[in-house]
Write a protein that binds this ligand. Structure first.
Ligand code: ZN
Length: 70
């Protein structure tokens, strides 16, 4: 019996770090004024973010309609 012990018997300490893949965690968020859900900044809104009030084109239409009616 001459097994080579002590070489790779213990690497438990390596798996202690939690994974985190978010690199853009500081994106601004808004609440959709049409459906009330939160949505995050998107590239296509980068020049227009201040004017964005809805999460989607559909909601945009809904809001417009609502404002018109009200
Ligand atoms: Zn919406």
């Amino acid at each position: 019996m001459s097994a080579p012990l002590g070489k790779a018997c213990c690497r438990a300490h390596i798996a202690a770090m939690p994974e985190k893949r978010y690199t853009k965690s500081n994106l601004p968020e808004k609440t959709c004024e049409a459906c009330g859900r939160p949505f995050a900044w998107r590239k296509k809104w980068e020049r227009d973010w201040d004017n964005v009030k809805t999460c989607s084109e559909r909601c945009k239409g809904d809001l417009r309609r609502k404002n018109r009616a009200g």
